[in-house]
Design a protein around this ligand. Structure first.
Ligand code: NAD
Length: 491
């Protein structure tokens, strides 16, 4: 585990001392991570500026940048098991999930290597003008220095979603990981270094949000902010960006609905409902935490959901067969338990779970929890709980389901299950959300756009849309006629 910041291709002691990193399964201190401050962020931004403005990173061909990205992907894969175990110790998730995430992170670097190569194939796009005395073309250029701030739920994967497209586009970057899970981001610095990435292209400053994070969003040397996290912090990022018109992309929270019609297969619906809320302990921005079940299948579905929730094996994510690990921190555990208590007080019934599991007192565990009938105006139904807590209500008509599903300030994702493809497509079209799953929930592909409507964010990550985040658009228009323009000077 690393105790220095990665700035300008060197490992540098942080000027803010250290902060504690705790294993959420055991509550043990596992590391003292370097606490970067505004001074460290300034060094990192200056290095990124120099790498962008003077050292030629944006001038490399896409194919040259792709070589670095592929080397980083290979470096991640070479250490996949070690990184996955590190992520379990840091975040708590079960090892097979962490292993999946690390593989996805490597895949993300390979994917954007491919898109970097494609930039060379189409260096410009012609624009047809209505006046044939002019010839115009459009070129895409990197935005500049990007500042990236990420959450703790998918530590290395969230880093990859930002670092890979930024570097592919020709941007340089300062990355600030979450203070709850800083370990694998620092390893990414070591992997990039071993891949020969030029100094200053990628800088990694661990530290606390109000210190290192705030300094990064306020820094005048940053051209673009890419943020993933909560709505309140996203608002701060947007406010900071507004001061000097930084470009921004925001991936924020959600309270995504999952609509099950009565022609759906109950067993499949229960499986996807569980995958939609218990994977990663429900600490997933797109978690389908509001389940709407049509009256005809409501009772049997609920009974099966409770039966299966009770079978989930809970424990330290490093142990074989564990399906639910601890929440990321003591604070997150307290927040989720408080949300369950508030739901009870508001009139919801706890059909399963609702407490700390027996025999796991040391870690920050919460049982898989099924809340039935939280009132429509209750916080449990409206606000993100970010834990293994699913809210279930019934509905009678399609119109009612659509209205309830869309009645949210969030719009990240939605899921619909039905044997009737036409109905599923109709409902998908009616969802005010950036991602809609039909007959499943959560599968995420690097190729497809990711992001939300409404307060779930601005912009899209992943796919070619993720690259767009880091590109400016420039028109170059030439007067191609030999004739004088003849406005002021007429002969
Ligand atoms: P958070 O907003 O508390 O923290 C996110 C990051 O912001 C951390 O790195 C933190 O240090 C930093 N930060 C905190 N204060 C800051 C400040 N004043 N200035 C700059 N940076 C600051 O969120 P979290 O608890 O880490 O993550 C959970 C949230 O993230 C949830 O709401 C979840 O829905 C959201 N999320 C969204 C997506 C998505 O793709 N839409 C993905 C994962 C998580």
């Amino acid at each position: 585990m690393r105790d220095k910041l990665y700035i300008d291709g060197k490992w540098i002691a942080a000027s803010g001392g250290t902060f504690d990193v705790v294993n959420p399964a055991t509550a043990e201190l596992i590391h003292k991570a370097p606490a970067g401050t505004a001074a460290d962020v300034d060094k990192a931004v200056r290095a990124a500026r120099r790498a962008f403005d003077h050292d030629g990173w944006p001038a490399l061909s896409g194919a040259q940048r792709a070589q670095y990205l592929r080397a980083i992907a290979a470096g991640i894969r070479a250490r996949q098991t070690e990184l996955a175990r590190m992520e379990v110790a840091d975040n708590g998730k079960p090892l097979p999930e962490a292993d999946w995430d690390i593989g996805d992170a490597a895949g993300c670097f390979d994917f954007y290597a491919g898109l970097a190569e494609q930039l060379d194939e189409n260096p410009h796009e012609a624009v047809l003008l209505p006046d044939d005395r002019f010839v115009s073309k459009v070129v895409r250029e990197p935005v500049g220095v990007a500042g990236a701030i990420i959450p703790w739920n998918y530590p290395l994967l969230m880093a990859a979603w930002k670092v890979a497209p930024a570097l592919a586009a020709g941007c340089t970057m300062v990355l600030k990981p979450s203070e709850l899970t800083p370990l694998t981001a620092l390893e990414l610095g070591a992997i990039a270094d071993a891949a020969g990435l030029p100094p200053g292209v990628l800088n990694i400053v661990t530290g606390l949000g109000p210190q290192a994070g705030q300094a990064l969003i306020d820094h005048a040397g940053v051209d673009k902010l890419a943020f993933t996290g909560s709505v309140p912090t996203g608002s701060k990022v947007m406010a900071a960006a507004a001061r000097d018109i930084k470009r921004i992309s925001l991936e924020l929270g959600g309270k995504s609905p999952f609509i099950v019609f009565d022609d759906a297969d109950i067993e499949k619906a229960v499986e996807w409902i569980m995958f939609g809320i218990f994977w990663n302990q429900g600490q997933v921005c797109s978690a389908t935490s509001r389940v709407l079940v049509q009256e005809g299948v409501y009772e049997p579905l609920l009974a099966r959901l409770v039966e299966e929730a009770a079978k989930i094996t809970i424990g330290n994510g490093l142990e074989e067969g564990i399906l639910l690990g601890p929440l990321v921190s003591e604070g997150q555990q307290a927040k989720v338990l408080a949300a369950i208590d508030a739901a009870r007080a508001a009139g919801a019934t706890v059909a399963y779970g609702g407490d700390r599991p027996q025999g796991l007192a040391a870690g920050f565990f919460v049982e898989p929890t099924v809340l039935v009938n939280p009132p429509l105006e209750s916080a449990a139904w409206r606000e993100e709980i970010f834990g293994p807590v699913v809210c279930v209500r019934s509905f009678s008509t399609e119109a009612e389901a659509v209205e309830r599903a869309n009645d949210s300030r969030f719009g990240l994702a939605a899921a619909v299950m039905s044997a009737d493809d036409e109905r599923a497509e109709r409902v998908a079209a009616a969802m005010r959300a950036g991602i809609v799953w039909i007959n499943c929930s959560q599968p995420t592909f690097t190729e497809a756009p990711w992001g939300g409507y409404k307060q779930s964010g601005i912009g899209r990550e992943l796919g070619r849309w993720g690259l767009e985040n880091y590109l400016e658009t420039k028109q170059i228009t030439r007067y191609a006629s030999q004739d004088p323009w003849g406005w002021y000077i007429r002969n």
